[in-house]
Design a protein around this ligand. Structure first.
Ligand code: AMP
Ligand code: ZN
Length: 435
C-alpha cells in the first residue's frame, strides 16, 4: 500500500521541481539563522540565491561529521530551544558525540515517513508490531514507534535486550511484524530454537530490519528462520533517523529514498565529485523540510548505488542499494556507531594506559562481540600493587566503554610494546565480520 499516493508517485520532473523549490527556501533559512552555514557559504563564495537548479548542487559546500562535532551540542540548530520538542544523540564523550533536535513539525514529518515505510511493508492498523529497536537517545526505537502508531497499528515497545521475555511476547501477543537490527533478529531465532520454540509458527508475517549492514544471505537466513518477508530500512540520525529510505514489498530491490523530503547524491569520496546516477559512491543527503536541524549535503560515509529504473510498486522515488561498505573508519557494533577516535578518547582519559590499543570485532553467534586489547604503561607494570591497579584499570575501561559508547568489550591489558605493529603503525581495528 502507498501511504501518501500524491507525493510517493510524483512524476520525476515534478520531484525535481519540488526539490529545487524546497531547497531554495532551506538555503535562505540556514544562511540567515545558522552561523556555521553563513560562514561555509561565504567561504565557498555562494549566496542562497545562486541556487537555481539541481545543476547548481555541486556549488554548495558539504557538511561533515566533523562540523557536527565542532558545533556540539546545539550549534547547528536553526530554531530556538523553545521550538525543540525532542533531542536525540549519538554515543560518545563530549566532542566526539553529535546531537539532533526536532520541532513538533519535524516529528510529524518523521512519523509520516515511518508510516510510509511501514505501509511499504504492507502494514496497516490491523497489524501488531513488535518493536525491538532500542528506545532512548538512539533514533531507532522512537522513530519506528511513532510511525507504527501513525498507521494505527498496535505497537509493542519492546526495545532491545531481555531476549527470553521477547520470545515469550512473540508467542503470547502474536505480533504480525517485527522490527529490529538484523543481527538481533537472528539472535532471537537462535535463542528461540534453543528453547524449543518453533519460530516459524509465530504469527509474524514481515520484518523490518536496519541500523547496521546486512547481506542478502543474512536476509535469506532471517526469512527462513521466522518464515517471514524481511525488508530493509535505512536512515541516519544526523539526517533524521530511520525512514529516510525503505524497501518495498513489490520491488525487493533497493530502498526508495523519500525524495520529497531529501535530496540524495552519490559522490566520489576521494574527490567529492558528483557521480552519474547508478555509479557506486558515498551517499550525500540534503534535508528539504527539517526545521530544527537542516543539513546541507551531509556526507553520510555510506557507500551505495542509486537505482533509477522505475519500480513495479508505482512509487517514483529513486532507490538506493543495500549499504554494506563505508568510506570512513566508522564501525557499527550491535547497531551502535563506533569510531576508533571515540575509543581513543576514553582510553586517554585513563591514567596508566598507553595510547596503543587494538579493537577486535567478531561474531559470537548472531551478535557482535568485541575484544579490546590495551597496552599498559611500564610504570604500572613494574610497580608493586600492580595487579590490583591492573584490575581497576580494566574495570574502568569496561565501565566507560559501556557508559559512553554503549558497548561491552572483553578487555585485555597487555604489556607495553606487545601489540603487533605493522610497518611501524598499528592496525587499531580488526573486523572479522562478513557482511
Ligand atoms: P544511526 O545514526 O545510529 O541510526 O546510524 C546510521 C548508520 O547506520 C548509517 O549511516 C549506516 O551506516 C547504518 N545503517 C542504517 N541503516 C542501515 C541499513 N539498512 N543497512 C546498512 N547500514 C545501515
Ligand atoms: Zn518500489
Amino acid at each position: 500500500m502507498i501511504y501518501n499516493e500524491e507525493f510517493e508517485t510524483l512524476p520525476r520532473e515534478a520531484i525535481r521541481a519540488l526539490q529545487v523549490k524546497r531547497l531554495q527556501g532551506v538555503l535562505q533559512r540556514v544562511y540567515h539563522t545558522v552561523g556555521y552555514y553563513k560562514k561555509a557559504f561565504d567561504a565557498a563564495g555562494i549566496k542562497p540565491d545562486d541556487f537555481q537548479a539541481m545543476a547548481d548542487m555541486h556549488r554548495l559546500p558539504f557538511t561533515n561529521r566533523k562540523d557536527l562535532r565542532e558545533n556540539y551540542p546545539f550549534g547547528l540548530f536553526a530554531v530556538p530551544m523553545s521550538s525543540i520538542v525532542r533531542l536525540h544523540a549519538s554515543s560518545g564523550t563530549s566532542g566526539v558525540s553529535t546531537v539532533f533536535g526536532y520541532t513538533r513539525h519535524d516529528i510529524d514529518i518523521w512519523s509520516e515517513l515511518m508510516a510510509r515505510s511501514l505501509a511499504a511493508a504492507g502494514l496497516t492498523k490491523n497489524d501488531i508490531v513488535h518493536n525491538a529497536y532500542g528506545y532512548g537517545l538512539f533514533t531507532g526505537g522512537l522513530g519506528l514507534h511513532y510511525g507504527a502508531e501513525k498507521i494505527g497499528a498496535s505497537v509493542i515497545p519492546m526495545s532491545g535486550g531481555n531476549t527470553k521475555r521477547q520470545i515469550m511476547i512473540l508467542q503470547d501477543f502474536g505480533p504480525t511484524a517485527i522490527c529490529s537490527t538484523p543481527s538481533y533478529a537472528l539472535h532471537l531465532a537462535e535463542e528461540g530454537k534453543a528453547q524449543g520454540v518453533d519460530m516459524k509458527s509465530l504469527k509474524l508475517r514481515v520484518g523490518i530490519f536496519g541500523a547496521e549492514p546486512w547481506s542478502k544471505a543474512i536476509c535469506a537466513e532471517i526469512e527462513q528462520a521466522f518464515s517471514i518477508t524481511a525488508l530493509n530500512i535505512f536512515g541516519l540520525s544526523e539526517v533524521m533517523g530511520p525512514g529516510i529510505a525503505m524497501e518495498c514489498l513489490e520491488g525487493r530491490n533497493g530502498m526508495h529514498v523519500f525524495e520529497d523530503h531529501f535530496i540524495v547524491e552519490t559522490i566520489n569520496p576521494a574527490t567529492g565529485e558528483i557521480l552519474p546516477e547508478g555509479e557506486e559512491g558515498e551517499l550525500v543527503f540534503t534535508t528539504l523540510t527539517k526545521e530544527a536541524f537542516p543539513l546541507i549535503r551531509y556526507r553520510s560515509g555510506d557507500i551505495s548505488r542509486l537505482i533509477t529504473e522505475p519500480c513495479r510498486c508505482g512509487r517514483s522515488h529513486i532507490r538506493m542499494e543495500r549499504v554494506v561498505k563505508r568510506s570512513d573508519d566508522m564501525l557499527i557494533i550491535r547497531g551502535i556507531n563506533v569510531f576508533p577516535s571515540q575509543v581513543e578518547a576514553i582510553l586517554v582519559a585513563i591514567e596508566g594506559l598507553e595510547p596503543h590499543y587494538q579493537l577486535i570485532v567478531d561474531k559470537a553467534g548472531a551478535l557482535d562481540s568485541v575484544e579490546l586489547q590495551v597496552e599498559v604503561s611500564e610504570k604500572i607494570f613494574s610497580e608493586s600493587g600492580g595487579v590490583k591497579d591492573l584490575q581497576n584499570i580494566e574495570r574502568r575501561i569496561v565501565k566507560d566503554m559501556k557508559d559512553y559508547l554503549g558497548i561491552s568489550p572483553r578487555v585485555k591489558l597487555v604489556e607495553p610494546n606487545t601489540l603487533q605493529r605493522q610497518a611501524g603503525a598499528f592496525k587499531k581495528v580488526i573486523d572479522k565480520r562478513k557482511f
